[in-house]
Design a protein around this ligand. Structure first.
Ligand SMILES: *Cc1c(COP(=O)(O)O)cnc(C)c1O
Length: 394
């Protein structure tokens, strides 16, 4: 392992919540005390051995951690690389999201809150939040754009089975960014009793930092597993980027190594690749905007990556050149999805098929290299959609 890049790149933001020029806390006056209370409670809990023990035992006994590390012998051979998958798809509820919600809902309970609110796009974070709320005995309300409620009816029903209330949001484009606005509005009005369980490394401070800390377990485990298995660090660490939580989770384990850090964005939602710095949802970050500075709609085959912004720490890592944020097209994603299924017997979530797509495209330039990919979730939820996309072509 080469220690040429300092661990200090993994920033612990100060009270201003900044990662370089990015991040911050751009919220209405009424929410400033709530963010401060949350920041203090998180810092206190994170340094409290009792809280950490309780969280670790939930991660182990409920979520199924540590997640495995699988070498893809078939696909690796085909591509001329050694390819390893960090298996977040094997966690309870099928993705990395459980790491964050267990941390936050446990924290909410410790803060004496009786209720959580959450936003969701494709429904995966909503399902995870409803799961943690059911387990830990809190009330749960999930805001979801009306368009997404229609597209993701199975996840809506799942949340209801778990005892959550799902509210369709009819404002704006009736998708994820509108659901975030509604969840924040609810939080402003109910902050005494309610915690806002935000689903990615975004929003006002302390969320981007706190959510990264909850997902660090992905990178910390993977580093240990790579060390044990190979005795060397990977040449590249690859993850898909929506808000950026699964990517920050795995990047944080390798930030001080020589590994290239690659966050793959959808071509239609390239916040870093095509965006400009702007302020949205309480943070300053790269953001897709039109010529008038209005937030643009993101479009991707994967509803989980349909977000016009990105977490501020990714903007920082991009601005200093530590991480790269290439894009892939929907067509490449569909091919990547099938490639992983057929060569390894693993149906990936459409989100992580973005990472597969980038790896298979770039493999000719990475011959003989060791590549670690975060398989952030399983693809069961996407099978219906792929049935339409591949209509009769199998
Ligand atoms: C939600 C989700 C994502 C996107 O969110 P990030 O915060 O960017 O990780 C990626 N993969 C899966 C499987 C998801 O469910």
């Amino acid at each position: 392992m080469v220690d040429s890049i300092p661990m200090s790149l993994l920033i612990t933001p100060g009270a201003d919540g900044r990662f370089g020029e990015f991040g911050g806390r751009f919220v209405p006056e009424t929410l400033v005390p709530a963010c401060q209370e949350l920041e203090a409670a998180f810092n206190q809990a994170w340094n409290d051995a009792d809280y950490r023990r309780e969280l670790d035992s939930l991660l182990a006994e409920y979520a199924g951690r540590p997640s495995g590390l699988t070498e893809c012998h078939n696909l690796g051979k085909q591509l001329g690389i050694r390819l390893f998958l960090k298996r977040e798809d094997l966690n309870h509820t099928g993705s990395h999201k459980i790491n964050n919600v267990l941390g936050q809902v446990l924290l909410a309970k410790r803060m004496g809150k009786k209720r959580i609110v959450a936003e969701t796009g494709a429904g995966q974070h909503g399902v995870a939040a409803a799961t943690a709320a059911a387990l830990l005995g809190l009330e749960c309300k999930v805001y979801m754009g009306a368009v997404d409620v229609e597209r993701q009816s199975l996840n809506v029903f799942r949340m209801k089975l778990l005892g959550a209330q799902v509210e369709a949001v009819h404002s704006g484009s009736r998708t994820l960014k509108d659901a975030v606005n509604e969840a924040m509005r609810d939080w402003v009005a109910t902050v005494e009793s309610t915690h806002y369980c935000l689903g990615s490394v975004m929003g006002p401070h302390p969320y981007p930092f706190m959510v990264r800390q909850f997902h660090r377990v992905i990178g910390d485990e993977a580093r240990e597993q790579m060390q044990e298995r190979l005795g060397v660090m990977p040449d590249a660490v690859v993850a898909c980027v929506g808000g950026g939580s699964n990517a920050m989770g795995i990047f944080s384990g390798f930030i001080d190594t020589d590994a290239r850090l690659i966050g793959v964005e959808p071509a239609g939602g390239a916040a870093v690749g095509r965006g400009q710095p702007g302020v949205v949802h309480g943070m300053k970050s790269y953001l897709m905007q039109d010529e008038h500075g209005q937030v643009q709609e993101a479009h991707s085959i994967s509803a989980g990556l349909d977000y016009p912004g990105v977490g501020p720490e990714h903007s920082y890592l991009a601005s200093i050149g530590r991480a790269e944020y290439p894009t892939v097209t929907d067509e490449e994603v569909i091919a990547g999805f099938q490639l992983m299924a057929r060569s390894e017997g693993i149906i990936p979530a459409l989100e992580c098929a973005h990472a597969v797509a980038w790896i298979s495209r770039e493999a000719p330039k990475m011959q003989g290299k060791i590549v670690l990919m975060n398989l952030s979730g399983r693809g069961d939820k996407d099978v219906g959609q792929m049935m339409d996309v591949l209509d009769g072509k199998l």
